[in-house]
Design a protein around this ligand. Structure first.
Ligand SMILES: Nc1nc2c(ncn2[C@@H]2O[C@H](COP(=O)(O)OP(=O)(O)OP(=O)(O)O)[C@@H](O)[C@H]2O)c(=O)[nH]1
Length: 556
């Protein structure tokens, strides 16, 4: 059974009314049905948030209208879209759309597809638990099988349908299917059974003139009766059928009925009457363009002419019969070719759709892979920049003290020296050297020596301004670059630094530790280049050492 959540909300009234009227006109006035279905689609397009099931319902009637109006190819496309929109759980809607697909394929003479869709419709109808839909689907199976020449298979389907209609009390539908069963039985040569089935149809029709055309059933009944030699009964049926024909609106079955009556008359030896009726049958068959019936009539006329000794007429009718028979075969061949072409086109379209779907999928995957690659490259690039920055920083930093190294000092000094000369701003530089450092190393060990270097670096950094550069020049030597500072300001800063080193609680690091710093300081003014400035500061440092260490020398 269909699950409750698969039942779509009912269609808006205006759309439902258009679809109902289009459905009624499918057979009689397919162009009006098509116009109505297209209007319904227009209304649906104007409706915001229409559920897909509504569109599927509208497209079902549109596809059927297209098929009945002569464009079954478009009908197939429309109905395939409808099926794609129908919820997988909405079995009832799927059954209806699948049956519609069976009908339009039948119109294309693609009988294999028509049967396949009808079988799918029957399966969906079973899932929906809807016997009326199941009967319709099985009816379509029967039609497709019968048309494809599987009369027995068609008959089995029709019998199932009959059972369902009888159980459901659908008398009109039962009559229609009994008529189909009768025709199949007649075509199988099971004439007695054909008569039984058609008589049952006839009995059900009593008092129901509006149900399936009675003359149709009567004409169908006449043929097996005639073949069985039951001429009285055959004549009664065919007379009744012809009597019921509206002379103004000539019925499509007229030609067949007249041919049947002529055969009954011939069977009774009333050759003149038979001949006259055959002429009327010929006239009707040609007017109604019923090749099958015209061929039957021509054959009967030929036989009759021969019986009457008119061999020239017999030959002429026989030749006409053969021409019709050839045309019938040609038409059949053309229909088969058209059906095969349509099937090939549909298969090609499906193949192309599949290729497109796969390509689309591959492209999406390739795009995802590229995106991932791009992201990874971007991340690697960021990481590389970070590493380069770290390397650049490392290449300019002294690892032990964390101060700028000699390379950073040289670059900084070159740039600031040039700037001070260009702008006439003061610049000063100090060379600092720990006193008796070799002894510290020798007496207290290199680890203590390293610790002294680190502590001194921190003290220098803490006493200088942020804009001043504190660098480790090498070994136990430090260099200070004072921006915007003349010789006296630099000297005072150096004195503060020296005093900080001297005042530090070195005994806390090691009881025997004594540390002091000698500094030579010089101003850039008067120096030709950074090297001259460094040399001057270094000379004054030497002077500080010579004068007894632990002091700042800024002159000389
Ligand atoms: N622990 C340690 N010692 C270093 C480092 N770099 C240089 N030295 C040592 O520092 C000492 C410098 O000694 P000298 O140039 O003789 O000078 P000094 O003993 O300080 O004597 P004055 O400068 O005259 O006071 C050497 O023994 C070097 O081995 C270092 O990174 N760590």
């Amino acid at each position: 059974m269909a699950t409750a959540d698969a039942v779509p909300p009912p269609l808006p009234e205006a759309i439902a009314a258009l679809l109902a009227s289009a459905t009624d006109r499918l057979i009689g006035d397919p162009s009006a049905a098509l116009a109505g279905a297209e209007r319904a689609l227009g209304l649906l397009d104007a409706q915001a948030d229409a559920p897909p099931a509504w569109r599927a319902q509208v497209l079902r009637i549109l596809g059927l209208s297209q098929g009945h109006a002569g464009d079954a190819r478009r009908g197939v496309d429309t109905l395939r879209t409808a099926l794609a929109l129908a919820d997988a759980q909405d079995h009832a809607l799927r059954a209806k759309v699948e049956r519609a697909l069976s009908i339009v394929h039948d119109q294309l003479h693609a009988l294999d597809d028509a049967l396949a869709w009808a079988v799918r419709a029957a399966a969906s109808a079973r899932s929906a638990g809807d016997e009326s839909l199941l009967a319709d689907a099985l009816h379509s199976c029967g039609v497709a099988r019968s048309k494809a020449g599987d009369t027995d298979g068609g008959l089995a389907n029709y019998r199932e349908v009959l059972q369902l209609h009888e159980a459901g009390g659908r008398i009109g539908a039962s009559i229609s299917i009994l008529n189909n069963i009768g025709i199949n039985l007649k075509n199988l040569g099971r004439l007695e059974e054909a008569v039984v089935s058609l008589r049952r149809a006839q009995a059900l029709m009593a008092g129901r003139p509006e149900a399936v055309s009675l003359p149709l059933v009567q004409t169908n009944l006449a043929e097996p009766l005639w073949r069985l030699g039951r001429l009285d009964e055959a004549q009664a049926e065919v007379d009744a059928a012809l009597g019921a024909l509206d002379p103004k609106a000539r019925n499509a079955h007229e030609a067949n009925a007249r041919w049947m009556r002529a055969e009954v008359l011939r069977g009774r030896g009333r050759l003149d009457e038979a001949n006259a009726e055959l002429q009327r049958a010929l006239d009707a068959a040609q007017r109604l363009q019923r090749i099958d019936t015209e061929a039957n009539v021509r054959l009967s006329l030929s036989t009759l002419a021969a019986e009457r000794g008119d061999f020239a007429a017999a030959l002429a009718h026989h030749q006409a019969f053969h021409a019709l028979d050839r045309r019938r075969l040609d038409d059949e061949a053309a229909r088969r070719i058209q059906a095969l072409t349509v099937q090939a086109d549909l298969a090609q379209a499906r193949h192309e759709a599949e290729v497109y779907r796969l390509r689309h999928g591959e492209l999406a995957q390739a795009h995802d892979r590229l995106q991932a690659l791009h992201d990874a490259l971007l991340a690697a690039d960021v990481e590389k920049s970070r590493l380069l920055e770290r390397l650049a920083a490392q290449s300019r930093t002294d690892p032990l003290s964390g101060l700028a190294n000699r390379r950073a000092l040289d670059e900084h000094l070159a740039a600031e020296f040039a700037r001070s000369q260009r702008l006439g701003h003061p610049l000063a530089l100090a060379m600092c050297d720990l006193d008796n450092f070799k002894q510290i190393n020798d007496r207290l060990g290199h680890a203590t020596g390293d610790l002294v270097l680190q502590r001194t670096a921190a003290l220098l950094r803490a006493t200088c301004r942020d804009i001043d550069l504190v660098a480790r020049y090498g070994g136990e030597e430090f260099c200070l670059v004072f921006l915007e500072a003349d010789l006296d300001a630099a000297r005072r800063a150096c004195e503060t630094a020296r005093a900080a080193v001297a005042a530090h609680d070195w005994a806390a690091e090691h009881p025997a530790l004594r540390v002091s710093l000698s500094i030579g300081v010089a101003a850039a003014e008067g120096c030709a280049d950074p090297a001259a400035l460094l040399a001057l500061a270094d000379r004054r440092l030497y002077e500080a050492k010579r004068a007894g260490k632990d002091r700042v020398v800024a002159a000389g």
